[in-house]
Every structure is written in C-alpha cells, then in structure tokens.
Write a protein that binds this ligand. Structure first.
Ligand SMILES: NC(=O)c1ccc[n+]([C@@H]2O[C@H](COP(=O)([O-])OP(=O)(O)OC[C@H]3O[C@@H](n4cnc5c(N)ncnc54)[C@H](OP(=O)(O)O)[C@@H]3O)[C@@H](O)[C@H]2O)c1
Length: 334
C-alpha cells in the first residue's frame, strides 16, 4: 500500500512510500481512499509550522473520502461498499470538545488520508451525502464543518448579515450555508474577478480588501448597525476591521490566522458593544451529519477550485501556498 508521508518537515520531503497495510480490528473499518482535499492546516503541518513537535513520519491531510472495503467484527454503522468520509477529530462524536477528543485529529497528530487506504474506528466515519461525488465529499470534514459550526454557534437567522473574508474553502462554505439559512452575505477578496464568482454563488455584496483597506467600515455601511456575524479567517491582520464591521451584540467567529496569529488591538469596542468573540475548532461527528442532511436537502455542491492527480499531490500543496485558488483544492484518484 502506497502512502504519502513526511519523514522530515518541508514540502520537498513529501514523498510516496510503501507501507504495510494495518490489520482491521474489532469495530474498525478499512477505507479505500478515493479523494483528498487540502486545508491550509495541511500545508502548515507539512512545513512544520502547525505543530513543530509533531512526531514523524506522518501521513498528512485530515480530509478525504473513500469506499469501505473491509469491516471488523461488531461493526454496525457501515458496510462494505458504503461511501464514507472520515471525521476530522476521530474521537469527538458529540458534545463539548475536550483536550483528549481534540488530540484525535487526522493529518496530525494521527496519520491522515493521503494514502491508498486507512483503517479507522467505525465511530469516526460519516456517510457521503447521496448527491455528492467522492471529490466533493472529500472537501467536507474540516472546512465545511467549521463554517457550519460558526453559523450554528452564532445562530445566524434568516434576514441577518454575515461578513466573509476571502474566497477560500471555509468562506465559500459559509457563503453557501448562509444562503441556505436565508441570510445576507458580504464577502471580501483581493480579486475583483473572485468577487464576481462569489456573487454568482449568491454573495450579495463584494468588497475588495486591497482597494478598500477599511473594508470593515465599508461592510458596516451596508447594514443598519453592523453585521451580525463575521467569519474571521484572517486573525491578527483582520480583527480590527472585523470589530469595526460588527453590530452591538454581534459575533466574530475566530477561525483562522491567514493574516497573522497576533496583533495589538483596541479592546474597548468589544466590551462597549457587547461583541462576542467565539473561537471555533471544526466540529463533532454529529454536527457533520446534521450538515450533510442540509447539504442533501438543499442540493448543495462544494466549490472545487482545482483537482490534481494523485501522483501530483505535492503540486497541489504548492498551489495552496500561492493563494490563487477559489474554493477547495482536491487530489483525486483516476
Ligand atoms: N479553526 C478551525 O477549525 C479551522 C478550520 C478550517 C480552517 N481554519 C483556518 O481558517 C483559515 C482559512 O482556511 P481555508 O481552508 O479556508 O484557507 P484557504 O482555502 O487557503 O483560503 C485562502 C484564501 O483566504 C483569503 N485570504 C488570505 N488572506 C486574507 C486576508 N488577509 N484577508 C481576507 N482574506 C484573506 C484569500 O482569498 P482571496 O484570494 O479571495 O482574497 C485566500 O485565497 C486558515 O487560517 C485555516 O488554518 C481553521
């Protein structure tokens, strides 16, 4: 069985190796991997920037889909032939996160999906929505569940307004889920062409954050008192504008740090306006399943920006680094 692994950090060290197949134990399932999608985290992990203490070798990538090819004794949740995805944190099935549950994530610290096959507990698997292909399904476990969790935790209602940053994976899922909820979406991007594509997907207002550096103020001007929710993927470099955009009593869902992990901030507007800053770390399996029901009923299809062949996986990582993509990057078997 072939697997991509890093034996030392750095994208040039991502190589295919031969590995012995793992045995399938009780309540475990062997999945033949058909497609994998990339998250920014996978790039950071490969380069040793996500967790420099990560034990190596490691098979990267949390997100993938495939077909069940073998089940162990006592397995009841899936059967041979089922199309499945792996849940991001294998041990987080429901409820509040704990440190123990959060230590069960695929693609670090546990081996991930960028391999021919993987043996997982049946409790860490989720069935693919019937309307999706393997490639589409592979995009869901991290970015989509995170976006779903952000909107859910803020209880985004029909008629409310959400501000989305950029046109990466998390933001475009948040756009699709916001429209499904009947909410209004303002989206930013460095590219007018990407803004036009986001509008074609349902975004109501587009703001170029390069030509409009005060994009938070601009977003606020499209509302009565500010947006109800910001899906914050920029972090340090964007938080100030996000606070400026948010209405009194609104929420900033802090998800990513694309624009920096730290910053100096004037905090008084947060308390004076009763703004809630909510950290979001993906979500649990039951949330993933609830999201899938909405995807099937709503007929949603993830936005795949580009697809790479299995043997060209390192190129896919390079494309993620250059930030030209729109939506998800997928690595697929022929
Ligand atoms: N907390 C969690 O559970 C969780 C889960 C998933 C992801 N994340 C994090 O969320 C972030 C986004 O992840 P992703 O997978 O969506 O990444 P992605 O697909 O690589 O998104 C990258 C896009 O973000 C936009 N962007 C970059 N810098 C920006 C800035 N300063 N302001 C506004 N937009 C900016 C750009 O869009 P344009 O080209 O349109 O400008 C870029 O193409 C990452 O930091 C990731 O690690 C966290």
């Amino acid at each position: 069985m072939r697997a991509y692994e890093i034996q030392s950090f750095g994208l040039p060290n991502l190589r295919q190796v031969e590995r012995a197949p793992s045995p399938v134990g009780p309540r475990e399932v062997r999945v033949r991997v058909r497609a994998v999608s990339l998250n920014f985290r996978d790039l950071l992990t490969v380069n040793g920037l996500y967790n420099p203490k990560q034990k190596l070798p490691l098979v990267p990538c949390s997100d993938g889909s495939g077909e069940v090819v073998e089940v162990g004794t006592g397995v009841t949740r899936v059967k041979v032939g089922d199309r499945v995805m792996a849940s991001f944190a294998q041990g987080w099935e429901s409820g509040a996160p704990t440190l123990e549950k959060l230590r069960t994530t695929l693609g670090g610290p546990r081996d991930g999906m960028l391999q021919d096959e993987i043996v997982l507990s049946e409790s860490g698997l989720v069935k693919v929505p019937s309307n999706l292909t393997f490639a589409e399904a592979a995009t869901l476990p991290c970015a989509a569940v995170t976006a779903w969790s952000a909107l859910d935790q803020a209880n985004l209602q029909s008629g409310q307004t959400v501000l989305l940053q950029g046109t990466g994976g998390v933001s475009l899922f948040a756009l699709q889920f916001a429209k499904l909820r009947g909410a209004r979406a303002i989206i930013t991007s460095k590219s007018d062409e990407k803004l036009a594509r986001a509008k074609a997907l349902g975004a109501d207002i587009g703001i170029n954050y390069t030509s409009t550096p005060e994009w938070g103020k601009a977003a606020r001007s499209h509302t009565e008192e500010g947006v109800d929710l910001v899906v914050e993927v920029g972090g340090g470099g964007t938080m100030e504008q996000s606070i400026r955009a948010t209405r009194p009593g609104g929420t900033i869902a802090l998800i990513g740090v694309l624009a920096g992990v730290s910053t100096e901030l004037l905090l008084t507007p947060v308390l004076m306006q009763n703004i809630r800053i909510q950290g979001v770390i993906v979500g649990h399996r039951e949330m993933f399943e609830a999201m899938n029901r909405a995807i099937a009923v709503g007929g949603l299809h993830p936005v795949i920006g580009e697809t790479h062949a299995w043997d060209a996986a390192p190129e896919a990582f390079s494309h993620m680094a250059d930030g030209t993509h729109f939506g998800k990057i997928v690595i697929e078997r022929a």
